[in-house]
Design a protein around this ligand. Structure first.
Ligand code: TXA
Ligand code: MG
Length: 321
């Protein structure tokens, strides 16, 4: 964790420095028109794990990916005619679209929380736009506040909440919208996943009546997207001695013989960065009727979020038809 949080001005030099920090896997709080976001390279597992660590989030929810332009967005998600039309009408702006993830998107699976969809938005803010251009890639950015606190609309709010926990804050003045983006699910019939800066009426004027998608703040709540989180193989937790034939996912130096390790030296940021990939890899090794055993993870810091996700993976499955 950085000792000191740099304050960067939105000058050419400040933007170059912010982009450099992001390229090295660091975290920079950035202004957008909605709220300040805590940005990290969306393709870098460790950077994304650090976002959750810095916010102190007790669970991994999927994050919004910010892009500078449509060309960047089209590399990440599949845009059908409706998605193209909505993007043309509302981007840049306070609207996030949830779209099918492209298999070659190259995003960290932690950004999408292992889902086959991705939330994308093109911010309408000159500083955010120039930074995204300078960086040249997608940035994952939830609101730049500690978990459970209100979203920041000024750089000073970010400093009070996350100073000393992140690498830099890019100054960009007050956020004009002041609340988060509206989230529209377009990976099926249009559905409102979170009300926000763009009114529902504006979307309905274009698309007709839009259904409500329940609690998008908890897309992993029971019944919602739950199946996406579970591997096909059965999962057992707290395994210090794997059963015969069980794929063992280790954590820490004691797990000799584990086929996969979340972190050989017991680093929770590294373990979080590897978590979703480990579920996919272990599932492949185990096969559909196989079994996966995860070594115990301490219930501290990012360990809480890791255990939350693993408990979901290990929970009894609802019957699918
Ligand atoms: O205004 C905003 O949108 C701010 C600024 C910084 O851009 N960002 C923001 O990001 O609020 P974030 O990462 O906190 O938003 C996460 C929410 C999740 O809680 C979930 O509701 C939704 O985005 N989300 C992300 N990916 C999703 C997916 N694949 N399917 C459904 N919902 C998703
Ligand atoms: Mg937030």
């Amino acid at each position: 964790m950085p000792e000191k949080t740099l304050k960067l001005d939105a000058t050419q030099e400040g933007l170059l420095q912010a982009a450099h920090i992001l390229r090295s896997g660091g975290l920079v709080a950035i202004p957008t028109e909605t709220v300040y976001g805590l940005a990290g390279d969306a393709r870098n597992d460790t950077a994304v794990a650090r976002i959750f660590e810095a916010k102190g989030r007790p669970h991994f929810n999927p994050l919004i990916v910010h892009v500078s332009d449509l060309a960047m967005a089209r590399k990440l998600a599949v845009f059908d005619a409706m998605a193209e039309a909505v993007a043309a009408a509302f981007w840049p702006g306070a609207l996030t679209l949830v779209l099918p993830l492209r298999p070659d998107a190259g995003l960290s699976p932690l950004v999408t929380a292992g889902l086959q969809s991705v939330a994308i938005r093109m911010p309408d803010h000159a500083v955010a736009h120039h930074l995204l251009q300078t960086f040249g890639g997608p940035l994952a950015a939830p609101s730049a506040n500690p978990s459970g606190r209100v979203s920041p609309t000024k750089a000073i709010h970010v400093e009070r909440g996350l100073g000393g926990r992140i690498d830099a804050i890019l100054e960009g003045g007050d956020c004009q919208v002041g609340l988060e983006s509206t989230i529209l699910g377009l990976d099926g019939p249009p559905v409102l996943l979170r009300p926000g800066g763009i009114p529902l009426e504006a979307l309905e004027a274009m698309l007709g009546p839009i259904g409500h998608g329940g609690n998008a703040a908890k897309p992993n709540a029971p019944g919602q997207l739950a199946s996406h989180y579970a591997p096909e193989a059965g999962v057992r937790l707290g395994v210090t001695q794997p059963d015969p034939g069980e794929i063992w996912v280790g954590f820490g130096p004691g797990c000799t013989g584990a086929q996969i390790s979340l972190s050989a030296n017991g680093d929770l940021v590294e373990a979080a960065a590897n978590l979703f990939q480990s579920l996919l890899d272990a599932d492949k090794l185990a096969g559909p009727d196989g079994r996966i055993g995860y070594a115990p993870i301490p219930e501290i810091g990012l360990g809480r979020a890791i255990n939350d996700r693993l408990r979901r993976a290990a929970a009894p499955r609802p019957q699918t038809i």
